[in-house]
Design a protein around this ligand. Structure first.
Ligand code: B12
Ligand code: SF4
Length: 504
């Protein structure tokens, strides 16, 4: 331990205060530094004036470096604000970005004057090695730190990728560094005291559109059941948790590895939510399904993506539309709500694919009306530096801008924070969409959302949801999605919860 050196870790604001969950990235990083450096955390989801808090903390003169967690989308803007304020007030303090944005966009991050180092992929070991080099005057060692992107002599250098690590499984998260835990435990449709928790790391698949694939490159690891049991017991006894949202990239893996975790969950019987794949669910034996039921899995978020097998193949999803339908049936028969996400308007046939997706959703709603639907626009990101991923290169090479020219991605963080690129990162818009198609997607989303308000929405009054359901019924039945002005008007008074923006 070197008590003189202190690192400030920041989770910039990404969501409303009441949607804040434990900021697992900065908690994991803080735990990983413990043998060598002290660290503290500022969470912009809870501290709504976190930029001022950051500057006040830096004024104490005790901070030697700042690490900032950055997901693309709205968090990019708040990350830029705090980084700029630090650069202006404390120009000598090193500013280190890590997370999904710098993993993919290390170059645009370093093209910005308020970022000194961009860490790609899992951050724990890379951050430790970078701080060792910075604090011991070892600038000559920077080139050897895997996973680091940095500037030297006016050039941006991307060091080789860092290998997959499961070291975090051995650490205990320092929740006490966040202050009052009550900010992170919320009433959701799962229970009165729901928490977010991550059990497994990574995902063995490499879908071309997915940020998880960019970060883990097809690697995954499940924790030992003892670790899950220890952590769940801790969360229950310390924080009174009664339900869990698993933030794992993909909870269900090969049955032999998943089954021991299901045994633990069946012991605790806390209602839970997770990410899953249709093929993994279909591969579970009757015994595992019995455990799933006993453990009280309430909802499984499944990337259905498309009603077209050619597109599923094209994006290397590895599942088929038949598997989506079978998984919906299977979930229904076991009392699990499937939450299906779809990617609309791929550039190959934006209008045709979108209409086919709408019809596929209607078909699914007939099979299992309680199926939840999440609609996104297909918006693949450029390949991460150091990855030779030809399918991703091909996917983004086919993208077109609004004039039909090849799509050119932003080259700075500020550009990525502009309205249209923010929407692109959040999968709500893409340059090749016509305004007709944009309206069509918006109208269908409104009608579907009012006709089938999400069960995860426990905030809107039930009379309001019933009213919207009734108002939207004729439009949905007759496929009259266009200009649902009466629904737009009603939604001004009955605010529906959007899980795409705020989570559960
Ligand atoms: C929780 C969550 C949210 C929450 C945020 C937290 C909260 N409620 O307080 C909410 C619901 C707000 C959210 C929103 C979004 N999210 Co989100 N979210 C997640 C989720 C499920 C968990 C994040 C997490 O805690 N991970 C665990 C930690 C330990 O991992 P980590 O964050 O990756 O951190 C590691 C590294 O990234 C790195 N690192 C991270 N920060 C830093 C900082 C430094 C200094 C260093 C050195 C390293 C480093 O080291 C960490 C440890 O190894 C992830 C999926 C996942 N499992 O990660 C998706 C995920 C991160 N989200 C994603 C996306 C796209 C979004 C959205 C931008 C858009 C969308 N379509 O959902 C929205 C924004 C919506 C809006 N506001 O408009 C994608 C990111 C993909 C990408 N390429 O960017 C993910 C991977 C989901 C997915 N499979 O697509 N999200
Ligand atoms: S299976 Fe899901 S998490 Fe894994 S790479 Fe594909 S989309 Fe991403």
């Amino acid at each position: 331990m070197n008590p003189q050196r202190h690192v400030l870790l920041i989770n910039p604001t990404i969501t409303k205060r009441r949607s804040a969950r434990f900021p697992l990235a900065v908690l994991n990083l803080s735990a990983s530094l413990d043998d060598k450096y002290t660290s503290s955390i500022i969470d912009g989801n809870v501290d709504r004036d976190f930029v001022s808090t950051t500057l006040r903390t830096l004024k104490t003169g005790r901070v030697d470096a700042v690490g900032i967690s950055v997901m693309g989308g709205p968090q990019l803007r708040t990350a830029i604000s705090v980084s700029r304020a630090i650069r202006d007030g404390f120009p000598a303090t090193p500013i280190i970005w890590g997370g999904h944005f710098p993993t993919i966009c290390a170059e645009p991050s370093l093209n910005s004057p308020y970022v000194d180092y961009a860490i790609r992929g899992q951050g724990e070991e890379t951050l430790g090695e970078l701080l060792d080099a910075l604090f011991s005057g070892g600038a000559d060692r920077l080139g050897a730190i895997a996973g680091l992107s940095w500037r030297t002599g006016g050039q941006i250098v991307h060091n080789r990728n860092r290998g997959f690590s499961t070291a975090s499984f051995a650490r205990v998260l320092p929740y006490e560094r966040l202050g009052n835990p009550k900010h992170y435990i919320a009433r959701t449709y799962l229970g009165r005291r729901t928490t977010g928790y991550q059990a497994a790391l990574g995902c063995r698949f490499r879908c071309t559109f997915c940020g998880v694939a960019a970060m883990f490159k097809g690697k995954t690891a499940l924790p030992a059941p003892e670790r899950l049991e220890r952590d769940l017991r801790f969360l229950i006894t310390q924080f009174g948790v009664d339900s869990i949202q698993f933030f794992d990239h993909n909870f269900f893996d090969r049955e032999a590895d998943t089954a021991p975790l299901l045994e633990v969950l069946a012991k605790f019987q806390l209602p839970w939510w997770c990410f899953a794949r249709s093929d993994a669910l279909l591969n579970l034996s009757a015994r595992s399904w019995a455990l799933v039921r006993k453990s009280r899995l309430r909802m499984a978020y499944i990337g259905a993506e498309s009603p077209s097998d050619w597109l599923l193949q094209d994006v290397r999803k590895g599942t088929s539309t038949d598997q989506t339908l079978e998984a919906v049936e299977l979930c229904r028969s076991h009392g699990v709500t499937p939450e299906l996400s779809f990617m609309l308007a791929p550039p190959q046939d934006p209008e045709g694919e979108t209409e086919r997706t709408f019809e596929f959703i209607r078909h699914i709603k007939r099979i299992h009306p309680k199926t939840e639907i999440m609609l996104y626009v297909y918006a693949p990101l450029p390949p991460a530096p150091g990855s030779k991923n030809l399918p991703v290169e091909r996917a983004v090479g086919n993208l077109r801008d609004s004039n039909g020219g090849a799509l050119v991605f932003p080259t700075t963080a500020d550009e990525w924070a502009e309205k249209e690129w923010l929407a692109y990162w959040c999968h709500t818009d893409a340059p090749w969409l016509t305004s007709r198609l944009r309206n069509r997607i918006r109208d269908f989303t409104t009608v579907l959302g009012c006709r089938f308000p999400t069960v995860t929405d426990i905030r809107s009054p039930s009379w309001g949801k019933a009213a919207l359901r009734t108002l939207a019924a004729w439009r949905y039945r007759l496929r009259r999605y266009e200009q649902p002005w009466e629904l737009d008007f009603s939604k001004k008074f009955i605010h529906l919860w959007d899980p795409r923006v705020s989570g559960l």
